[in-house]
Design a protein around this ligand. Structure first.
Ligand code: TA6
Length: 278
């Protein structure tokens, strides 16, 4: 595990077994790169991403807390994407490397959201997989509610050619279509237009298939799975995405988006997303 500069900002590079590696920035505790033993980069990071902390970095795995998207009064996707997190643990063994970054409430967060909290994001890298675990601790004296997500940007060669399996039979809230609730009836999800869906109470892992490359996606603790692709028009409106950015990304997010999570004083909540190259 080495301290590096990545696009000019402080980050850690984890070296795992069989040539695997990952990079996590202190800004936002955002994982920005995951390379599997076959040498492939599995996360999408925009070539127009901004790294000065003025906006969230476009790509990798942004951490959204204590609000998912614009579903509340707080800034979009909450308060922690643009802050510097502390490195609170790092260790490695023959078959893994692990780091934990943490952050908590401060005057700026309390001005917008009057709660005491501590967050830990742990990245564990193994040969063919990464685990991302978010721990939310209520360090105050009153209960609070939150929504959250690991807003994972997966890199794909061509989004029109991928299929996401595992969401069959689930209800989803369609944010690209006036929040209408629909039930998925296809055996696989394909993307052929703007897609912004919150699948609720997801019960099975997903499999992203793209030609002969597949990625298994699992989550624990997070009840919902969000699938997002901006497609051509929305992409053109996002200054930090190149014109063809939509084609090379698919966000598959582990989220607590539809139902607010309640956390009693002194309690902790855990949510995890696991990506496995298969
Ligand atoms: O998770 C999907 C979503 O909430 C979309 O509605 C979408 O616009 C997006 O996240 C990106 O948000 P951002 O604040 O990073 O531009």
């Amino acid at each position: 595990i080495e301290d590096i500069e990545f696009h000019g900002i402080p980050a850690l590079r984890l070296h795992g077994p069989q040539g695997s590696s990952a990079v996590i920035a202190r800004l936002g505790a955002q994982v920005l790169s995951w390379i599997t033993p076959d040498g492939r980069e599995r996360l999408y990071l925009s070539e127009r991403a901004v790294f000065d902390g003025s906006v969230a970095i476009r790509g990798g795995v942004p951490v959204c807390f204590p609000q998912f998207s614009d579903r509340g009064e707080l800034p979009r996707h909450g308060l922690v994407r643009t802050r510097q997190w502390e490195v609170s643990a790092r260790r490695s063994g023959d078959d893994y490397a692990l780091v934990t970054l943490s952050t908590g409430d401060d005057a700026a967060s309390r001005a917008l959201w009057p709660h005491a909290f501590n967050l830990e994001l742990t990245l564990m890298l193994e040969a063919d997989r990464i685990d991302l675990e978010l721990c939310v601790a209520n360090t105050g004296e009153l209960p609070f509610e939150f929504t959250a997500a690991l807003h994972t940007y997966l890199r794909v060669v061509q989004v029109e050619d991928v299929a996401l399996e595992g969401l069959y039979g689930h209800d989803y809230r369609d944010a690209a279509n006036a929040d209408a609730v629909q039930r998925d009836s296809g055996t696989e999800l394909t993307v052929d237009g703007e897609t912004d869906r919150i699948y609720r109470r997801v019960r099975r892992p997903q499999l992203l298939r793209a030609g002969n490359l597949s990625l298994g996606i699992q989550q624990q603790g997070f009840p919902d799975t969000v699938v997002w692709n901006p497609w051509v028009d929305k992409c053109a409106k996002l200054a930090d995405l190149p014109a063809d950015g939509w084609r090379h990304l698919l966000c598959v997010e582990a989220a607590a988006a539809d139902t607010r999570q309640q956390l009693a004083a002194g309690d902790e909540w855990y949510g995890r997303q696991t990506l496995v190259a298969v």
